[in-house]
Design a protein around this ligand. Structure first.
Ligand SMILES: *Cc1c(COP(=O)(O)O)cnc(C)c1O
Length: 352
């Protein structure tokens, strides 16, 4: 066995996917799982498809290409606005992309025309979190230009919330998105297939909403893999939050003073810790550091606290139990830790 390692339990990922699809289908909402945290790994893609996903989304063209190359044939959705420098591969590998810029959609149109494909676009609308999206007042004008573009089909509109400032979906911003969909359909006599209401942060709104809405689609990553929605929201009952774990190995274990001695400046990261002398502590060092994972997103087992971290070392303290050299410790992961560990080449990934 090699460490550190992330273990992904495909049965639990399958379970979460199916549960989310079942719950949201009752609300008239389709679910597109987001594979970016798993870098589009084909084992994960197939797990999601077997659990009922009929489309897969990713923010990186490379990840979508990886799935295509592995023989995944479901439609693919690129959920970050395409770069002008990668238009050709967007059209080659992605069936649909989220867009906000007419300059990009013009290039998508030209590329699609050249290779005799139809590329579908979902136009993102700004609802207040100030990430991607056209201002609501500019949507009609943009749509007017987009529907004229050859080989481009307007598939729908969508929005993203929570990621930048934590702005939450509510009846007001979701109603605005729904109303804009109707307005576009009436103005241009067309039908929008997808009204995409957001990410895992929109699940609670979707499950609770009782009124009429045109929102019929969500893009879900965190809830599928970690079984979690943003911290300040009620968690979705029944989801497994143990599908993904990270395990690291102890390389030193001893009782040490909790208070450093000598003249103190800043540490390797320019930080100064404010410390209290807590006497002797059980300190263990794990072979895991900031080059492997975003340490802030690690959840240690009970009885253990993370004291600090450097590039290659994680210092933990245990209350009673004394860890042995060679012993391993398994952590739960928040989104930041999951994303970083999956992207680190120093961390083994085990799909089981
Ligand atoms: C990453 C991402 C998602 C998925 O977000 P989760 O919070 O993991 O559900 C959805 N939409 C967009 C545009 C994204 O970038």
């Amino acid at each position: 066995m090699s460490y550190p390692r992330v273990e992904l339990d495909c049965a639990k990922i399958h379970f979460n996917t199916q549960l989310l699809i079942d719950k949201l289908t009752l609300k008239g909402i389709s679910v597109t799982p987001v594979t970016k945290s798993c870098l589009g790994h084909p084992i994960i893609a197939n797990t999601l498809i077997n659990a009922g996903a009929t489309m897969l989304a990713d923010s990186r063209v490379n990840n979508i290409k990886r799935m295509r190359d592995a023989g995944i044939t479901v439609p693919t959705l690129l959920i970050r606005s395409p770069m002008l420098s990668q238009i050709e591969s967007v059209v080659a590998y992605c069936d649909i992309s989220l867009n906000t810029e007419i300059a990009v959609m013009r290039k998508l149109s030209e590329a699609a025309l050249r290779c005799h494909r139809i590329h579908q676009v979902i136009i993102m609308v700004e609802l207040g979190d100030l990430r991607e999206g056209v201002m609501p007042g500019n949507l009609v004008h943009l749509v007017k230009d987009v529907i004229k573009l050859p080989n481009i089909k307007l598939k729908g509109i969508g929005a993203n919330l929570t990621c930048r400032y934590g702005v939450e979906p509510d009846d007001i911003n979701m109603q605005l998105l729904s109303d804009l969909a109707e307005q576009i359909e009436i103005t241009f006599s067309l039908k929008l297939d997808i009204i995409s209401g957001g990410n895992s942060g929109s699940i609670n709104w979707a499950l609770a909403y009782q009124g009429q809405t045109r929102i019929n689609h969500l893009r879900l990553g965190e809830a599928v893999f970690l079984g979690l929605v943003p911290k300040n929201q009620p968690q979705i009952s029944g989801l497994s939050s143990t599908a993904i774990t990270l395990t690291a190995e102890v390389i030193e274990s001893s009782q040490k003073p909790s208070y450093p001695w000598g003249n103190r400046g800043v540490n390797a990261f320019g930080e100064t810790a404010s410390l209290q002398n807590r006497g002797q502590v059980n300190q263990a060092i794990l072979a895991l550091g900031r080059q492997d994972v975003c340490v802030d997103g690690l959840h240690p087992p009970s009885g253990m606290t993370i004291a600090s971290s450097c590039s290659d070392h994680l210092m933990v303290e245990t209350a009673d139990q004394i860890l042995a050299v060679g012993e391993t410790v398994t952590f739960g992961l928040a989104y930041s830790a999951f994303l970083s560990a999956m992207t680190s080449e120093f961390v083994d990934k085990i799909y089981q």
